[in-house]
Design a protein around this ligand. Sequence first.
Ligand SMILES: [Zn+2]
Ligand SMILES: [Zn+2]
Length: 110
Amino acid sequence: MIKQSARSRKKHREDKKAQLVYWQEHRNCEVCLAEGRGKGAAIQIHEIKFRSQGGKCVPDNMISTCLADHERMHFRRAKWLYREELYKMKGENDEKKIRDRNKKYDVSLF
Ligand SMILES: [Zn+2]
Ligand SMILES: [Zn+2]
């Protein structure tokens, strides 16, 4: 059994808190909004740059997501979401911008 150090437990608590604060400000799935599906309840917070790759639990690296879109960030199936796309989607609620981007990426619903 690996014992967690007090330091890593503290870090874990801080990360959870940061995710909660981010979620309180972004309760709708940012991918659904960006892809023009309207408001879908966000139930998870994804770290765009994975923690295993040195990603941090900071607002710039977090995105609110529904379960279906979250799977697209971790599993290469349906339409894989690239990290660059996620950064562009963050906080993008402007309808015209969404339409333009959908054209650019040729987003198809699945
Ligand atoms: Zn979604
Ligand atoms: Zn994730």
